[in-house]
Design a protein around this ligand. Structure first.
Ligand SMILES: C[S@@+](CC[C@H](N)C(=O)[O-])C[C@H]1O[C@@H](n2cnc3c(N)ncnc32)[C@H](O)[C@@H]1O
Length: 210
């Protein structure tokens, strides 16, 4: 990052990776780096274990799906799910690209024109003293706007309602506008399923430029 950004994610490493996952990280990951020249692309920020990324790859076979995730075990889980027993990416997932780091570093590297940007269940950082770690502040939303196609949209989902309201307040400080969102069909990511036991339905925000 050009200036030292505040860290918005928890851990980078979880439990030790299997030998296969280590191998996939070494052999496959370098070959599927995002490239801003590949037009017609979709971005997912903080893809976790990549369930929704895989849905996107299948739903939009003619588009490039780029995912950013600094949590190594999440990246390894996605690689493991998209590769066959010969460590080759399955044909239906050939349109996936992975940025295994903070998405803000990707935006420093190149300018994109995404058709859609997804952010599902961003870390809510609920304690007041951690509020500055929230990713979806006005500056970041403006950065997303700069990397969005003029007809593109940003889709944000969270089951943390206080964060939801906070994001809408941040949107007011940007040029983005919020659209009605109740018709969106969203897959239930693993994080959301985990959370369903003790929270209510997620709410979605759809943003675009007027
Ligand atoms: C609460 S998890 C949700 C994961 C997944 N979207 C889901 O719904 O299961 C939030 C994820 O965002 C990632 N994240 C946080 N800050 C990020 C950043 N600056 N760039 C990319 N990913 C980030 C974290 O590493 C974490 O995996």
């Amino acid at each position: 990052m050009e200036k030292q950004e505040i860290r918005t994610f928890g851990r980078r490493h979880g439990k030790k990776l299997s030998a296969r996952k280590e191998r996939l990280i070494e052999a496959i990951l370098p070959n599927i780096a995002p490239n801003a020249d590949e037009k017609n692309s979709i971005l997912e920020i903080g893809f976790g274990a990549g369930e929704h990324m895989r849905e996107l790859a299948l739903d939009f076979p003619n588009q490039i799906i780029i995912g950013a995730e600094p949590f190594v075990n999440g990246v390894a889980a996605l690689l493991s799910a998209i590769c066959d027993e010969n460590d080759t990416i399955m044909p239906e997932y050939k349109n996936l690209r992975i940025w295994p780091d903070d998405v803000r570093l990707l935006f420093n590297k190149a300018k994109f024109q995404f058709d859609t940007i997804w952010v599902l269940h961003p870390d809510p950082w609920p304690k007041a003293k951690h509020e500055k770690r929230r990713l979806l502040n006005a500056d970041f939303l403006t950065l997303l706007d700069k990397n969005l196609h003029k007809n593109g949209k940003i889709i944000i989902g969270t089951d943390h309602w206080e964060y939801y309201d906070w994001i809408l307040e941040q949107v007011k400080k940007t040029k983005l506008v919020s659209y009605e969102s109740d018709t969106t069909e969203i897959v239930k990511t693993r994080y959301q399923q985990k959370n369903m036991a003790h929270t209510t339905e997620p709410k979605y925000i759809i943003l675009g430029v007027e």
